[in-house]
Design a protein around this ligand. Structure first.
Ligand code: ATP
Length: 278
């Protein structure tokens, strides 16, 4: 596997929060859905995972999370906090370490990650606060750490007054903000975030972008799958553009422009269209 520690493009020697080297993966034995997907997420950097519907983004994320039965590849989580695996999604927490997946997968490393799924998932009879407390306890956060962090996040997401209510009665956007608050509360080494912008109002988008920026400054790496290309263009340090189950372009915006054969002013949107032409 490539030595990811030397992959910083600006000359800085950054720590790697996630190194992905998937040779092939799929939902059934012998049926490859994605192949040759290789990228790294460095500390403090945001990587945008983009591509048309059906390109293989979710399949890549599932491979990283250890949720796919057939993966041939290596996934490495890097970080300093010494324990890995967590999910903002109840009942689906992933763990690292050598896995029993078929096809020669290895998942290793000591970094902690939080996965924020696109679709809010919650327990019907738990309040918002109980969800936060449950995630904090699964992650080993002490009450004195968890409570002020959770309050601060709920305040920023304008959910504090709803903390003792059931998320089942929330709007879709409020449920989504709950999932984001859970992930952010954990302060992991790496965030894996699936399409966070759809459904959030402009205030919530602004709040989320500010909070992600703070997390990057703290040193967290972020892998974000999204179709909102204008936002991705503004916030991502680099892109992995997938189509037809594999990577068709990757790197910073200038590199993606070059790979698309477009000029240095071309928006990501145009690069996307050019590189994923049917
Ligand atoms: N549970 C599944 N079982 C079998 N095949 C699946 C399953 N989920 C997705 N696929 C197939 O895997 C391929 C890649 O789908 P994937 O969900 O990874 O795309 P995506 O890039 O996340 O798309 P979108 O932007 O629409 O979310 C598609 O051909 C899809 O039909």
């Amino acid at each position: 596997m490539k030595d990811w520690s030397s992959s910083a493009t600006d000359g800085a020697d950054r720590e790697i929060r996630l190194a992905v080297d998937i040779r092939s993966a799929g939902y059934e034995a012998g049926k490859t859905v994605i192949r040759d997907v290789r990228f790294a997420v460095e500390a403090g950097k945001l990587v945008g995972l983009i591509g048309p519907n059906g390109a293989g983004k979710s399949t890549t994320i599932k491979s990283v999370l250890g949720l796919l039965a057939w993966v041939d590849g290596d996934i490495r989580f890097g970080g300093e906090t010494g324990r890995s695996g967590a999910s903002a999604q109840p009942g689906e927490s992933a763990h690292s370490g050598a896995s029993g997946q078929s096809g020669g997968t290895s998942r290793s490393g000591t970094g902690r990650y939080a996965y924020v799924p696109e679709q809010p998932v919650f327990y019907e009879y738990f309040t918002l606060w109980e969800h936060l407390r449950l995630a904090a306890s699964a992650f080993g956060l002490a009450e004195e750490v968890f409570a002020p962090r959770a309050e601060r996040l709920l305040e920023r997401f304008r959910l504090l007054d709803h903390r003792h209510e059931l998320p089942a009665k929330f709007s879709k956007g409020m449920q989504q903000k709950m999932m984001l608050a859970i992930g952010l509360m954990l302060e992991p080494d790496l965030y894996i975030v699936d399409e966070p912008f759809i459904g959030l109002d402009p205030h919530a988008v602004r709040d989320l972008l500010d909070m992600l920026e703070e997390e990057r400054r703290r040193g967290a790496g972020i892998l974000m799958s999204t179709h909102v290309l204008d936002t991705a263009e503004r916030i991502a340090d680099s892109f992995v553009l997938m189509d037809g189950g594999t990577v068709v372009a990757q790197g910073g915006l200038d590199e993606v422009r070059k790979q698309a054969g477009l000029g240095k002013e071309a928006p990501l949107f145009d690069c996307f269209l050019e590189l994923t032409k049917r």
